[in-house]
Design a binder for this molecule. Structure first.
Ligand SMILES: *Cc1c(COP(=O)(O)O)cnc(C)c1O
Length: 242
């Protein structure tokens, strides 16, 4: 790994931490209430290692194959204290694989995916491949457009019951990405309200995964507890990236 890359990432990380601290203070919230989750999709394991050297332990990935390769590479290199978050769209046939390496899945949006992840998590627990239940966050669709993933707000309570009751899973909270072209403040406000409603029924579902490079301030104003930041830390990805 080059020193130049390490310096670049260290500078970017300090900048993002400062930006997040300012956003948290401006929202009148307590320091440390919002986790910074570096998103390392499309970037090599060597960048994860640099972030690890800088104190990061949890990382977001969005594609199963890429992630499982990176997880294995870093584990073989002796980094045992990492926690991986699956944040991208997930097909049911990848659920079993994801349940082996993921600490949490942020993109759960259907009964069928809940069931597949539960089966995968139970199998991984039985096989000793994981020690704790898999944390799941339900991804909410804020514009009701099912092609972009996410469960419509109206269907959230039923899906939450299913996730909360599933063996091998813990219902940890909600996640959303604002609709393209939408006002992020309005989108995050309705997400924040949905999260408050959810916590009345599921008080331990405390995580609200909201905010990325372009809109983290708005997400923090509306109760985010986890911002998923890629571009501001590692640079721009290929145009095909999701
Ligand atoms: C890629 C990705 C991010 C990171 O987005 P940036 O704009 O690069 O910070 C966050 N959340 C999800 C679901 C992603 O797929």
């Amino acid at each position: 790994m080059s020193d130049e890359r390490a310096t670049q990432i260290a500078t970017a990380l300090a900048g993002v931490r400062e930006r997040l601290d300012r956003a948290v203070a401006a929202a009148g919230r307590a320091a440390g209430e919002v986790q910074l989750l570096p998103v390392t999709k499309f970037f090599p394991a060597s960048d994860v290692r640099i972030l690890h050297d800088l104190g990061c332990r949890e990382f977001g990935e969005s594609r199963e194959q890429e992630a499982s390769a990176k997880v294995a590479e870093l584990r073989d290199a002796g980094l045992a204290d990492l926690r991986w978050h699956m944040i991208g769209r997930l097909q049911r046939n990848k659920a079993r694989a994801v349940a082996r390496w993921a600490f949490a899945v942020h993109s759960v949006d259907s009964d069928r995916l809940v069931d597949a992840l539960a089966a995968g998590a139970v199998a991984a627990l039985d096989a000793g491949e994981r020690a704790e239940p898999l944390r799941v966050l339900l991804q909410v669709s804020l514009d009701g457009d099912p092609t972009r993933g996410g469960v419509p707000l109206a269907d959230l309570p039923v899906l939450a019951e299913r996730a909360a009751g599933a063996d091998g899973l813990t219902l940890a909270g909600l996640m959303a990405v604002p609709p393209l072209g939408a006002d992020p403040d309005a989108a995050f406000a309705s997400l924040g309200a949905a999260h408050q409603d959810l916590m009345r029924v599921h008080p331990r579902a405390r995580t609200l995964s909201a905010g990325m490079t372009g809109d983290l301030e708005s997400a923090v104003r509306h109760g985010s507890t986890c911002v998923r930041v890629g571009t501001a830390l590692l640079g721009s990805r290929p145009i095909t990236s999701k």
